[in-house]
Write a protein that binds this ligand. Sequence first.
Ligand code: PLP
Length: 401
Amino acid sequence: MRFGKQYLYDLPPNDIIKLGALAQQLQQEAQTSGEQLPPLARLQIGEPIFSTPEHIRLAAIEAIEHEPITYGPPDGWHWLRELLAEKVERVDGYSVTPEHIAVAVGGTGAIQASLTATVSVGDEVLIPDPHWPQYIVQLAACGAIGVPYSLDPENEWLPDVTQLEKLVTSRTRLLIVNSPNNPTGVVISPQLMHDLLNFANRYGLYLLSDECYDQIIFERKHVSPASMLSREEFESGRCICIYSFSKTYAMTGWRLGYIVAGTQLMKTIIHVLDGSYANVSTIIQRAGAAALTGSQECVTEMCGAYHRRRDLAIDVLKSLGRYAYTPQGAFYLLINVSDKMSQSYNVGQFVLDLLKKHNVVVAPGNVFGSMTGKYVRISLAASEEEIERGLRGICEFASSG
Ligand code: PLP
């Protein structure tokens, strides 16, 4: 193969990014031709509408002005990892030391480094279906195979351990669990998390717990599998927890996340980080420290705003007869549009036509896996006005002949 690894080359392009670009292009074309479009409702991407709080931005400027921006340790500066250990105890309910933590380039970089450290070519990884689409690219980069386990809408979009048992083979190495979940918004209960942890232990699997939305919770309590382990069990175990500043502090573009794992496993992960990008910039790490030491009021406010948007979305869906379930966290909602689907009309076409007809951009469910081929996902991280108008457009279009 002349153009790199075939299995990477063959992956489909990111439809969500493509749709955003198409929406932008349609706006520009309309502007040029003088055509009047309704205002665009951008509900396709998980991008907070809030700006990064000022004290965080100022800390980065301060670092640029006053700090030597040198190479740093691959796992991040000790001062940040100390603060992260405090946050993990405060928010995620378990106690670790800075040695259990490594700073990474966003949750994305944290997951990629953890997968690279644990799975090899041909290994099988159990991933939720539906799932965050990038897991597929990340596994492909390791040459590993994603084996989907269904999150069934009939079972509140929750994993079923009996089904997982049936999917285990001699090649299975790792189980990915994501709560609060993208794209469903569902939060796993403590009992189910306990069962998933036991399942992973029973088969000697790594458990990668993607907790990037740990602080965006409306109902239920976020529970980390690590909080169910003693320090010794965590230390010797195979549990890897992933966190991010992106959503909690509206810091998507800053690219700051972190990994929490036992120190021996962390040694392997740090080698990967060292070889991938050496270290996250000190400027960004200082911003992260400011986020953690500053008032957490901004987190409460943003989470409250997402909660209100969630409630608004549910009210609109109920009033239009399309309500199916209530997400308890993250900022996503899946909407069933199966009544519009047919042999010759799929969800990819649906989102394109919705954009052209109503100027509403949503993510097509097929990008998240096979369980959501007749769904669209909206992000609640948009304005209330966009959410309401967008939902009305989706429902009207889905119900039209
Ligand atoms: N995990 C999930 C489930 C996500 O939805 C995202 C981003 O949307 C990430 C991880 C990675 O986020 P980031 O790299 O911005 O921290």
